[in-house]
Design a protein around this ligand. Structure first.
Ligand code: HEM
Length: 151
C-alpha cells in the first residue's frame, strides 16, 4: 500500500512540475496584454490575468494533494519537509497578489515573482529526490534510501 501511495505522491509532484512552465506562460500572456494596452494607450483587458490566477489556484490545490499523499507515502523527514514547504510557499504565492491593492504595499506583492522561483526550486528538488520512490528504480542505493524511510 505504501508503494501505491508513493507512486501517487511522485506523480502529483510531476503534475505540479509540468504546470509550472504553463503558469509562467500565462503570466507572460497577462504581462504582454498589459504592455500592449499601455503602448497603445488603451484600457488593459480586465480578464487578462484571469487564466493565470485560476490556473494558479488549481496549482495550490495540487500542492495540497502532494502534501496529503506524502503522509501515507512515508518518505524521509527531509522529503516530507519539502512537501510541507511546497504547500506553505504556494499559500504565500496565493496571498501575495492581495497586497497589490495599494501603491504602498505593491513592493510586497512584487515578491510573487521571486517566490515563484522558490516554488520552482522546491518542485525540482522533489522531482530529483523522489526518483528512488518509483517502483521501476533498480539501483541498490535508491532502494536502500526509499526502504530506509519505510522503517
Ligand atoms: C510558480 C509560478 C506561479 C504560481 C504558482 C502563481 C500563482 C498565482 C496565483 C495562485 C494567483 C492568484 C492569486 C489570488 O487570486 O490571490 C496569481 C496571481 C498573479 N500572478 Fe502569479 N504565479 C506564478 C508566477 C507568476 C509570475 C512569474 C508572475 C509575473 C512576474 C506572476 C504574476 C501574477 C500577477 C500579476 C497576479 C495577479 C493577477 C490578478 O490580479 O488577477 N505570477 N499567481
Amino acid at each position: 500500500m505504501v508503494r501505491a501511495f508513493r507512486v501517487v505522491w511522485a506523480s502529483l509532484i510531476w503534475l505540479f512540475m509540468i504546470m509550472i512552465p504553463i503558469q509562467f506562460y500565462l503570466a507572460g500572456h497577462g504581462a504582454m496584454e498589459g504592455a500592449h494596452a499601455a503602448d497603445k494607450g488603451i484600457r488593459p483587458m480586465k480578464t487578462g490575468w484571469d487564466p493565470h490566477a485560476s490556473f494558479g489556484t488549481i496549482m495550490l490545490l495540487v500542492s495540497l494533494l502532494v502534501l496529503l499523499a506524502a503522509l501515507p507515502a512515508r518518505p524521509t523527514r527531509r522529503l516530507l519537509g519539502m512537501s510541507v514547504a511546497l504547500f506553505v510557499f504556494m499559500v504565500i504565492q496565493f496571498v501575495l497578489p492581495f497586497f497589490n491593492d495599494s501603491a504602498g504595499t505593491r513592493w510586497v506583492a512584487a515578491f510573487h515573482g521571486v517566490n515563484a522561483l522558490i516554488v520552482t526550486g522546491l518542485a525540482m528538488g522533489l522531482i530529483i529526490r523522489t526518483r528512488p520512490y518509483w517502483p521501476f528504480t533498480k539501483s541498490e542505493a535508491a532502494e536502500a534510501e526509499a526502504g530506509a524511510a519505510m522503517t
